[in-house]
Design a protein around this ligand. Sequence first.
Ligand SMILES: Nc1ncnc2c1ncn2[C@@H]1O[C@H](COP(=O)(O)OP(=O)(O)OP(=O)(O)O)[C@@H](O)[C@H]1O
Length: 402
Amino acid sequence: IKSEDSSHKQRGGFTKDDILKFLGCFFSGLTVLLLIIMLFCTKRKKEEAQVEAAAKSAAVEYNITKPAYMPTNFKTAPPPIIKSEFSTASAVVPSSLVVLTSPEVSGIRFENLLMAPAELLGRGKHGSVYKVFSEEMGTTLAVKRIKDWTISSSDFKQRLQRLDRVKHPNVLPALAFYSCRQEKLLVYEYLQNGSLFKLLHGSQAGKTFDWSSRLDIASSVADGLAFMHQELRGDGIAHGNLKSSNILLTKNMEPYISEYGLMLDSQDPSFAASVNSNKEKGEDANQAIFRVDVYAFGVILLELLTGKLVQGEGLDLANWVISVVREEWTSEVFDKILIQEGASEERMVHLLQIAIKCVDRSQEARPSINEIAAMLSTLKEDEDKSMDISGFTSTSIFERSP
Ligand SMILES: Nc1ncnc2c1ncn2[C@@H]1O[C@H](COP(=O)(O)OP(=O)(O)OP(=O)(O)O)[C@@H](O)[C@H]1O
């Protein structure tokens, strides 16, 4: 047989041995390949299970609820993984963020935000805000994940592009946004001095937040709001959710109105009532929301004057102030720190009168934001003049850099 085989080989064909060797090699190669595929699949399954477990535990962490107006100057959870919250969406959607304003964030992608370390700053009625540090860009951003806003992606995009064309130094512009059916994100510059809410009621509340600085903030916010109302009246876009946690402070402690035009708080009792009464009078509901902003601004003025917390859409604070003033105990409403500081009672009463007009139950009785801005500017001028005369120098946390 051997000699037959070798003669066969010599003739250029394959011997039986050759065929057996070839088959042996083929099957062992196939087995190795199958083993590699199996190993790869098991590893992947294991990784997926780990990711799922991490997502579940992070979701539990994020479920920490906070009362609507609780100060948020503390870490609610260890640096969380936004990825776990967004991972479902990121798997199925295109990933570019629409960059509106800042060249610093151009090129930023949805995935970059998912991967960056993030810290939960707080949960509001309309979503959660995360502080996100992007190593790639070397910037810290605030990312708002909007909850339950049924606006379509194209309307959302249109609205943000419209808002981007209206700029005021006291209104914080969105830098970028992301929108798909499952997710709506807004990207802002992160402001490390926090909000007016925090300044009034947070851990710094004991520090001097003097009368003149409060007046400056009130006047600048009124100017920003007046400008936005004027520019966006035709589009029917008011702020819709004005409150002290949406007034952020720059490093020079200048106020920035944030989230303008992004959430219409139709839960506001004054809004619901006004829409009905305006319908009866044939007035456009779109215009009623501008008067809701005036009410909300009045509540902020009351917070600045009294140093007290707002609850229940500002109704309780407004009612309390009105009842105290009615009893002619006006000086009782003012923040004790302002009294101790020796702030002018005349000007405080003047500001209180403006605030009370803003929170009038009847919308028609409320002044327009333009009128309010003009009144506040006069009040501020009076205050500045009196400070010049007395040679008073501020020693508050509001010492501004030149
Ligand atoms: N750009 C930002 N820089 C720094 N802090 C921010 C920024 N944007 C929001 N915050 C803070 O993050 C916290 C959570 O904000 P969020 O807007 O979710 O809460 P809210 O204003 O109470 O609720 P909502 O606006 O949903 O009704 C607030 O303390 C807010 O001041």
